[in-house]
Design a binder for this molecule. Sequence first.
Ligand code: ADP
Length: 555
Amino acid sequence: MFCDFSAPYLFFFSSDAPALLYYSHVPTALFAIVFGIFVYLQNKKELPNKLLLVLTVLFALLNILNLLAWVNIDSRVVTSAWLLSQVVYLTIPILSLYLYQVFVHKRDIKFFTKILGGLVIVVFSGAVALGLTMSSFDLVNCELVETSFLQIYQTTIFSAVFLALLVSFIKMLRENSLSENERKGAVIFTAGLFLFLFMLIFTWQIASVMDNFELEQYGLFGMVIFLGFLGYLIVRFKAFDIKMIGAQALVFSLVVITGSQFFYAKNTTDIVLDLASFALVAVAGYFLIRSVKKEVERKEELEKLSRSLAVANDRLEELDKQKSEFISIASHQLRTPLTAIRGYISLALEGSYGKMDNPEITDLFHKIYTIDLRLSQLVEDLLNVSKIEAGKVQYKWDETSLEPVVRELYDMFIALAKKKGLSIAYEEPKTPLPIMTLDVNKIKEIVSNLIDNAIKYTEKGGVTISIESDTTVARVVIADTGIGISKEDAERLFGKFIRTETTKKMDTGGSGLGLFVGKTFVEAHGGRVYAESDGVGKGSRFIVELPFINPNKNL
Ligand code: ADP
């Protein structure tokens, strides 16, 4: 049987069709289904993603069935589409409630609740199949005449769904376990879902009561609003476990919008133009998303790396601190016995414990003394390093002149140089230096280490110690005719534990710490220390440069 009015036929435009009919049905269905598939594909295992897909598919089905009922004049087609759409229409709010529970509370609902929901749908489907929801077909208006059973059943279920949604929403707001962001997300989700259901059900129920089915078209836009909210949730809060980015959302909407233009194409030119712009948007969008995605991945990787680096760094700093503490304690404990040993040996050599008439034993005692001295120096260096690293070096500033300090050290080393068969000389500055602000002990430590090194690393020739100056700085220069330093080494020697390859092979002992400590001390005076050499085997010059005015004297 056919309706006796010229209905718009299937998907072709007709002036009889309500203006919004295609716009409300086809693009919204398409948009929903594409959105649902997109979310599902991003994370197939997550229950909310699956539920959203089913919901969007059902929504699209509802649109198509509704459209079929609208545009057909064959009463059998209209009836089947109409009846089937009743089942889908009832299922949507129930499934929405399920999605709400799973999305907001992040866990599946109880089995019993599922059965209950399923039962409501099954009973209704049975009623539809038995013809309890339609009383007759109105051929004049080309529509079904619905029964009051349908009205009551639907109203009851929809009211129950809204009530459950409301109760659950209030409960969620009171829950303390949700974080600020989770709560925000849940509120936005609920608002979107509520708008969707409300718009759909409200307009459709009114349409049915008022027998004005044109109202139905407006209800469908609720889905677009809901999906818009979801899009925001995805971009802002990574909802549905999707790391979607703004660019993706933009391209996605552009593709849907340009894609939906096809439904309004009136002639071939329109179709060609639509097709070209669609292809352009799709291709450009693809490349845009790809590059943005790569950028985001790189950023995330970097963030991850810097987080683990920060952790490693903290750990390293902690370890470094522990090491310094350990060295400091160990060195303090070592220092005292080493000094005591030297004291006893000195006494023995002086004959305090009886005459030392065995030259072999005397020689042995001298050797022990030297080794002990070297060990003490090492302990001193280690102690200094640990103090430097802990930032605990203290300076005691004195207003004094530099010359006597250097002179005293020169005097101290004459014997050692002579013993090794080396010449040693001291050249006073041509004009006397002004009084300077110095930590005398630290200066002694630096300069004596440099003279000691010069003697240690020279086999032939000698060592010259001199003081030069210009208008602002004094320079203590320790020059030797020893093993020399290569250009690269000259720069790195002032680091911790650095010794040149040549030195390592020599039997001189040494820790590679003296220059590091010295550099720190000189810099505390506002000066610098550096090495010069014409190359390996050609002697070296170590220069300690100190400004006349110490910039740190008030620290
Ligand atoms: P140490 O002498 O205990 O090894 P230093 O920090 O005083 O430690 O010196 C670091 C390294 O610099 C030495 O091991 C040596 O390789 C090099 N060096 C220092 N002074 C001289 C010098 N006068 N001639 C050649 N090399 C030197």
